[in-house]
Design a protein around this ligand. Structure first.
Ligand SMILES: Cc1cc2nc3c(=O)[nH]c(=O)nc-3n(C[C@H](O)[C@H](O)[C@H](O)COP(=O)(O)OP(=O)(O)OC[C@H]3O[C@@H](n4cnc5c(N)ncnc54)[C@H](O)[C@@H]3O)c2cc1C
Length: 370
């Protein structure tokens, strides 16, 4: 049989997993990347931005791994995909995996331009641009108190910047920490990071960030970390790409990673999800070529966590539904620690751990069995 030729569009976590899985099975793989560097571990961009890691250190695999696997890593932006004709930039392939990831969302703040336009942190170019303007003693205003914004704040503080985090919602990380959030606040304050939670941003001016309550957060640099939007354009959609359960969007054409929505569940940006999708897209592409049945995608239970030095939190399962019963697992003696389990009708459904991970793994297993 002729060697199948596969195009993978996007060399992030989903694309790289798919590329190596398909190359291992003897496919001729072309991996398109619109970034000039080797594919990298995206969460580590935060460490690059604040000078705690060098760009080469966060590569997913060394250059040699692509050469050894005979993967043609092409630094070329894909402008057009025709799913029905199975072409990428006009060239015909036996299979295609769309793995184009997300882009940062910047709300339409009133802006007065210059250095104070908000920066984003999603690509290597963003990280290097941020690194060039961040120096010890500078003031950094972080807009957004999600995992990315909080980790950026901690790493910036470690690098000697004066940091304030502004979050418009009434709670950090979408309310995932519940009453445990006070423990996290204390940990941030101990690092010298100011938190302004429950107040939005109305404008970004040369002096910093103007808040909806009229206050001003001084900032030499403003980082906007207000969520992301899926890159679905090559699949012909503006938002998430609604795939079939096997991740296909057309015969031989699959979508994996952040933009892919195979079930009713709203997709989340997560490395593990993207990797698993890349692997499944590869298996199902091979199954289709061999005339075998495809496997459906099943949404995994993904923990939401952050750890920078001794500041950490870990959540799992349902931590957001109203009406859950919350039972504290620790004795409250250590003010730096919060551990609680959420129950529905007497059965454990969610975990909230702040300041430690001790005991989380055992509960994770119990939840999986419940
Ligand atoms: C700073 C930061 C911190 C994060 N922290 C965490 C974390 O702690 N834990 C976690 O689970 N997740 C985290 N995430 C989210 C996680 O990185 C993403 O969910 C994950 O990278 C998604 O993988 P992906 O393969 O779908 O897309 P991506 O990794 O975004 O890769 C997509 C690639 O496709 C390229 N591309 C797009 N369009 C084209 C085109 N037309 N032609 C060629 N190439 C194209 C993009 O430039 C990009 O390189 C973080 C994200 C960021 C930015």
């Amino acid at each position: 049989m002729r060697t199948p030729s596969i195009a993978i569009v996007g060399a992030g976590h989903a694309g790289v997993e798919a590329a190596f899985a398909l190359a291992k099975e003897g496919c001729k793989v072309t991996l398109f990347s619109d970034e000039p560097c080797l594919p990298y571990f995206r969460p580590r961009l935060i460490a690059v931005a604040f000078g705690q890691a060098d760009p080469e250190a966060i590569a997913i695999k060394p250059r040699k791994a692509y050469d050894d696997a005979a993967i043609d890593l092409r630094h070329e932006a894909v402008a057009a995909v025709d799913a029905a004709a199975r072409t990428v930039n006009g060239a015909l392939y036996d299979g295609i995996v769309l793995a184009t990831g997300s882009r940062p969302f910047v709300p339409p703040f009133g802006r007065e331009g210059g250095e104070q336009s908000p920066r984003t942190l999603w690509t290597m170019a963003d990280a290097l641009a941020l690194r060039a303007v961040c120096a010890p003693g500078k003031a950094l205003a972080v807009i957004g108190g999600g995992v990315l914004g909080l980790e950026a704040a901690l790493r910036a503080a470690e690098a000697g910047l004066r940091v304030t985090v502004v979050e418009a919602a009434p709670a950090l990380v979408g309310g995932a920490l519940g009453p445990g959030e006070a423990t996290l606040h204390a940990a941030f304050e101990a690092k010298g990071i100011a938190l302004r939670v429950g107040v939005g941003v109305s404008a970004i001016v040369p002096e910093g960030v103007v808040l909806a309550d009229g206050g001003v957060v001084a900032g030499n640099v403003t980082l906007c970390s207000a969520g992301a939007r899926p890159n679905g354009a090559l699949a012909g959609v503006e938002g998430f790409v609604r795939t079939r359960p096997d991740l296909s969007v057309a015969p031989g054409v699959f979508c994996a990673g952040d933009p892919a929505q195979p079930t009713e569940a709203r997709p989340v940006c997560a490395v593990r999800r993207a990797q698993l999708m890349g692997q499944l897209a590869a298996r199902n592409l091979l199954a289709g070529l061999a005339g075998r049945p495809a496997e459906p995608w099943a949404d995994p239970a993904l923990p939401l966590f952050m750890k920078v030095g001794d500041v950490e939190f870990h959540t799992l399962g349902d931590v957001r539904s109203p009406g859950l019963e919350e039972r504290r697992e620790d004795d409250g003696a250590d003010p730096r620690v919060w551990k609680s389990v959420l129950y529905r009708a007497g059965a454990p459904v969610g975990l909230r751990w702040v300041g430690t991970r001790a005991g989380f793994g055992d509960w994770e297993k119990r939840l999986a069995r419940a």
